[in-house]
Design a protein around this ligand. Sequence first.
Ligand SMILES: [Zn+2]
Length: 268
Amino acid sequence: MTKMLRWRWTSISAGALLAALTNIASTEAADCPRKDALGTSRVLSVDAKATPRVGLKSFPQTLPLADHEVVLTFDDGPNPPTTSKVLAALAQECVRATFFLIGQHASEHPDMVKRIAREGHTIGHHTWSHPFMARIPSDKAIAEIERGIAADEMALHGVATTTPSTPFFRFPYFESTPAQLDLLQSRGIAVFGADLWASDWNEMTPEQELKLVTERLAAAGKGIILFHDPKARTAAIMPAFLRYLRDNGFRVVHVVPAGASQKNADAR
Ligand SMILES: [Zn+2]
């Protein structure tokens, strides 16, 4: 409980919270041109310093989500042909997600990085070239983290800083060392694992992926869900998956870094 209290909810007004919890249309859903859209239920501010790592697949703790609340995350992009389809599906339902970018891909497709941010999604970091981080020398691993952040920031803001504007990081293959986790914690960067995933790296049809991920979600009841936007099968199922969420009473929670939501709102 102590841990939960240390999370700051951006929707601090009791009315907004009640609206989110009772699935009455939230402000964002109300702003959505499509009236029967899924919408984003609430914004959850994640304080990296207070809670440095989340995701039950890797860690003992996760985000404080209520039953039927999900956080949508997409790794390994951007990849314009498929990322643009995922963005279109998210926009159609007025939901916001988090994209953990590979720095190399961000540097190749800066316009797509800017588009992801412009459409209101959160941008986290996923190294420069997606290595197995526990199997390379520590100096190379640190360089992978920093070069990845710098490439994402360069694509976003034109400045190659190693201080991320959104201090969210996910390890490739969820492989890390205690020293790397300590380093990120000391820098105030939250490490995201996942609570469930679509296994979309495995060969399967879109129909099989949709069945797999919805069955896993039905069993888990809530959680941080991992997809990969470069996967064509994931881009293909996203409209149907979001409809599934809506039709089954799931609510989408958008994660942002602590203290950043107002800043981002001002920038838009
Ligand atoms: Zn990855």
